[in-house]
Structures are given as structure tokens and as C-alpha cells.
Ligand binder design. Structure first.
Ligand code: KIV
Ligand code: NA
Length: 279
């Protein structure tokens, strides 16, 4: 497969072919996503919860994101990689954001960065893109701002909120973002925003009218125990948790019963019985 570049993404957008994006947080999760033919792989700061067990994304540090970016970059041969700028690494000033973005590229080895925010982030997006670093914007439900939003709530529901979303989308486009993630937005509103823009929209909980879709891999592959809450927009395409549970349970049972390791899992000696008896 030929490496996906910013031009490939432009071509998909022009052809109206949906852009496929998924998160990965380490070598194996990126490896499988790349092999599955995903156009884009996002090292999302959702890894704070799904890979590090933190309460929310506000806890994960830039240095921690860099380690995850690097492991994802090593596994990714074709997909276009995006690294999330974590909370605290870009809000202070455009210069701070550029410094963090440069670290994501140089040390994290991914191809682009993502940050949360709309019109208020336009100067920051302009600053980062002026250094030749592609920026993916993220508007609608922005989890890093959950305390200000009053939790994980659908955004852009009423007229003024929809107009604000559209204004944010136009502002990040104007600032030079190569695309924009729309999270938790009514499908009709996301479609409208998509039609008004000249850059791709990547939806998550934003309906079928976006230019592409993104999901968190741990969610869509079912790599979590039964009973965990899932947002309405997640479709569980697999049951990796049950698959792993079955494998580990069988292993445990076979170790206890000495069924494992069997003859075929052991190495032969290179000595005669006589030599062995002399040991
Ligand atoms: O961190 C993340 O996984 C994300 C996607 C859900 C868009 O930002
Ligand atoms: Na994120």
C-alpha cells in the first residue's frame, strides 16, 4: 500500500470517498489498523483512559503522548498519522502550541497534530501550519473542555449552537486546518457544516454526512469488559475482550492441569541417555 499523504486525503475528499480514521495507542494497535487499510491513524488523548486507566484526558502529559506517538509511528507504514496535543500543551499561546507541535512531529514521529477548539484557536492553528505542520481541528464536543461544557453533551443542537459550530468550522478552515473533527453533533448540523466547508470533516457521533469517520479502537473492537458504558454513536464491531478472556482462561487451565506445555512446545536435548544420566 502506498503511504497516505495530505494529497491522498485531498483526493479522497474531492472524490467524495469517505476517509477512514481510527485511534491507536501503541505498536500492536497501530499495526493492525495500518494492515486493515485505514487512511488515518490518530494517537488520541483518549489513550489517557483506554490505555492508561486515567479518569479523563486532562491528566495525560505531552511527554507521555510522545511515547505513544513514537510506538504508533513505528508500526504505521501507510496510514497518515495524527497526534493529539494534550490539554495544557497548546492553550497558553500560539508559540507554546508550535513548540509542542514540533515535539509531536520530531519526537513523536507522526505526520500531523490535532487540537481542540474553534475560532479562539485560529491564531494557534495558523501559527502551527505556518511551520509546515498539518493541523486537524476538533470542534463540537471537545472532551478536554468537559468541565466547561458540563460533561459529555451533544453540541450544536439549537440554532445559536449550530451557528457557533459553523462559525468555528469556517474559522479553523480559514486558519489553515487540513480537516476538522466534528464530535457529538446532530447529523443534519454536521452535514450542513460539511457542505459549507472546503476541507474534510471527520465525524464521531456526527452522522453519515461527514467526509469521514473516526472511532476509538478500544471501543469499536470491544476491548473492554461487559457492562461498560458506551456512547450512543459507538458501534461494537468485535469482542476482543471475550477473545482475550477465552485465550487467557484456557492458558491458565492448561498450566494448572499440566496440559501445557505439551511435547511440541519443548526443545530436544543433544545428548545421549548415557550422557544425560551422568549429569
Ligand atoms: O482522543 C481521541 O480519541 C479523539 C477522537 C475520538 C477524535 O480525539
Ligand atoms: Na482527543
Amino acid at each position: 500500500r502506498k503511504p497516505v499523504t495530505i494529497n491522498t486525503l485531498q483526493n479522497l475528499y474531492r472524490k467524495d470517498e469517505p476517509i477512514t480514521m481510527i485511534t491507536a495507542h501503541d505498536f500492536p494497535s497501530a499495526h493492525v489498523a495500518d494492515h486493515a487499510g485505514m487512511d488515518m491513524i490518530l494517537v488520541g488523548d483518549s489513550l489517557a483512559m483506554v490505555a492508561l486507566g486515567m479518569e479523563d484526558t486532562s491528566e495525560v502529559l505531552l511527554d507521555e503522548m510522545l511515547l505513544h506517538c513514537r510506538s504508533v509511528a513505528r508500526a504505521t507504514k501507510a496510514a497518515f498519522t495524527v497526534g493529539d496535543l494534550p490539554m495544557g500543551s497548546y492553550e497558553v499561546a500560539p508559540e507554546q502550541a508550535l513548540e509542542s507541535a514540533i515535539r509531536i512531529i520530531k519526537e513523536g514521529r507522526v505526520k500531523s497534530v490535532k487540537l481542540e477548539g474553534g475560532r479562539e484557536m485560529a491564531p494557534t492553528i495558523a501559527k502551527i501550519t505556518s511551520a509546515g505542520i498539518p493541523v486537524l481541528a476538533h470542534i463540537g464536543l471537545t472532551p478536554q473542555r468537559q468541565n466547561a461544557l458540563g460533561g459529555f453533551r451533544v453540541q450544536g443542537k439549537n440554532t445559536s449552537a449550530a451557528l457557533k459550530l459553523l462559525d468555528d468550522a469556517l474559522a479553523v478552515q480559514e486558519a489553515g486546518a487540513f480537516g476538522v473533527v466534528l464530535e457529538a453533533v446532530p447529523a443534519e448540523v454536521a452535514s450542513l457544516v460539511t457542505k459549507k466547508l472546503a476541507i474534510p470533516t471527520i465525524g464521531i457521533g456526527a452522522g453519515n454526512g461527514c467526509s469521514g469517520q473516526v472511532l476509538v479502537q478500544v471501543d469499536m473492537s470491544g476491548s473492554f469488559p461487559p457492562g461498560r458504558f458506551l456512547p450512543k454513536f459507538v458501534k461494537k464491531y468485535g469482542d476482543v475482550w471475550t477473545e482475550s478472556m477465552n485465550a487467557i482462561t484456557s492458558y491458565r487451565t492448561e498450566v494448572k492441569s499440566r496440559a501445557y506445555p505439551a511435547q511440541e512446545h519443548t526443545y530436544p536435548m543433544a545428548m545421549s541417555k548415557e550422557e544425560f544420566s551422568e549429569l
